[in-house]
Design a protein around this ligand. Structure first.
Ligand code: PHE
Length: 462
């Protein structure tokens, strides 16, 4: 819609919304287990270095492009290049990528919502059955849960930037922090919890190899919601009084702190609720952990705190994951929504409806690709490795395109928009940034080794 652009109402609101985007399923489950299995404290150290030395400058680049152009990513790449057709491709990638990630993320969020429902109704024994997950994702009932999740998304996004996204973040993020801390306190005060803490944190540098390094960097990049056009879009909703370097730092810090703290919940829980846990059984995929492994752990908790207690703990856990997921989902869907509003002058409602219908179609294809529809279950078959539609979307957009998008934004700000413009844009609203060592670091890294590293990751996955 033309007229004045929507804006976040406060700096805190912007930071919470961006942190809400960054804190997702990956932080709560994927990160802790990945860290524990791949070197513990050694992994953590490496991850923290990647977040601050490589990802943070990319986040600052995305936010500054958005704020300067005051447009969605497609519009921003065009506006800052006088409509260069080449850079339009980068713009399109920044719209299509979030849409496709929203597709598979929606499906996972729908499953979480379903599990939340079962946990609240006390059905832990059912959730812990080995066949439950496979049956659940193939049952038509998930479309009912999908309708509910879509309705929540719609309610938030229809409210707009300040009354929708920001309000939701101000409500859900503090609730998320409180639930996380409560669960950590509960878990750490149980017998055998320290076995989990040491499994999580004792450093083992011998586990660090090229693939662990690659995985840690990809995880950090994904976790900060980079390469998805989100930080460009959210950046377009802040004013020139906002301090981008500082805000980005706080977002990165929050995201990393939540990931770290989640490890103090998940691993001790596994070891204390079920002392016979064999660490070799821990799958690294967040999906396997959330839907197959953790329900067994919650069921085991019944022996010590009873049926109701265990259900309460499981319910808080799934609610926590659901809050993390919905704030990420909203942020990623806002990108194509903003693009339609900016580029086609659609109203927010019309954008939401048009894209919502598309989202439902693609999400249904994903949801039906776990055996329900054979054609979707074996959608491609390269090198005798059949892939479902869901896996294909995941591999292409999460594994491959994200680092490419990161690479493009670095090259863009430094060599097309030009580094003096980029540096100047970061100084706006950030007087202490000018002349600081952070500025010198960003100035050097974004034009040199950061894009190089992202290029290596991109080529590796292709
Ligand atoms: N940071 C999010 C996570 O860890 C990544 C994400 C953002 C995914 C937005 C989807 C949408 O899960």
């Amino acid at each position: 819609m033309s007229g004045t652009r929507e804006q976040f109402g406060s700096r805190l609101g912007f930071i919470l919304a961006a942190a809400g985007s960054a804190v997702g399923i990956g932080n709560l489950v994927g990160f802790p287990v990945g860290a524990a299995k791949n070197g513990g404290g050694a992994f953590l150290l490496m991850y923290a270095i990647f977040v601050f030395a490589i990802c943070l400058p990319v986040m600052m680049a995305e936010m500054s492009v958005g704020r300067h152009a005051k447009k969605d990513p497609l519009g921003a790449y065009s506006a800052l290049t006088d409509n260069s057709p080449k850079w339009k491709i980068a713009g399109w990638l920044s719209i299509i990528t979030p849409f496709m990630i929203a597709v598979f993320y929606l499906v996972i969020t729908v499953w979480i919502f379903g599990y939340l429902y079962y946990a609240v109704s006390g059905d832990l024994a059912m959730l812990a059955e080995p066949e439950t997950f496979g049956n659940f994702i193939n049952s038509p009932v998930i479309f009912a849960y999908m309708a509910a999740v879509l309705a929540i998304m719609y309610l938030i996004l229809q409210g707009g930037v300040k009354e929708g996204i920001e309000k939701a973040a101000k409500l859900l993020m503090p609730a998320l922090f409180v639930m996380l801390v409560l669960l950590v306190i509960f878990v750490l005060t149980r017998d055998n919890a320290m076995a989990g803490v040491s499994f999580y944190l004792v450093p083992d540098f011998s586990k660090i190899n090229a693939s662990v390094i690659n995985g840690a960097l990809s995880q950090a990049f994904f976790s900060l919601s980079l390469g998805m056009g989100i930080m460009i879009t959210y950046g377009s909703y802040i004013d020139n009084q906002s301090d981008i370097p500082n805000s980005a730092k706080l977002v990165a810090l929050t995201d990393t702190a939540v990931a770290f703290t989640a490890g103090l919940m998940i691993l001790p829980a596994i070891f204390s609720f079920n002392p016979d846990t064999n660490p070799a059984e821990l799958s690294e995929s967040s999906i396997g952990m959330i839907f197959s492994f953790l329900p067994k752990i919650f069921l085991a908790l019944q022996t010590s705190i009873g049926f109701v207690g265990a259900s309460v703990v499981a319910s808080i856990f799934f609610l926590l994951v659901f809050f993390a997921a919905i704030t990420s989902l909203v942020s990623i869907f806002e990108v194509p929504v903003a693009a339609l509003m900016d580029e086609k002058d659609y109203s927010r409602r019309k954008s939401l409806v048009v894209l919502g219908v598309l989202l439902i179609v693609f999400a249904a294809l994903c949801a039906l690709s776990f055996g329900f529809v054979p054609f979707l279950t074996e959608f491609t078959n390269y090198a005798d490795a059949p892939k479902s539609f869901f896996d294909l979307v995941y591999d292409v957009f999460y594994d491959t395109i994200l680092p490419l998008n990161g690479l493009l934004i670095c090259i863009f700000v430094m060599y097309r928009w030009k580094r003096h413009n980029f540096n100047q844009a970061l100084q706006v609203g950030a007087p202490s940034y000018k002349g600081s060592w952070v500025e010198r670091y960003v100035d050097i890294s974004v034009g040199t080794f950061i894009p190089l590293i992202l290029a290596v990751i991109f080529i590796n996955t292709v």
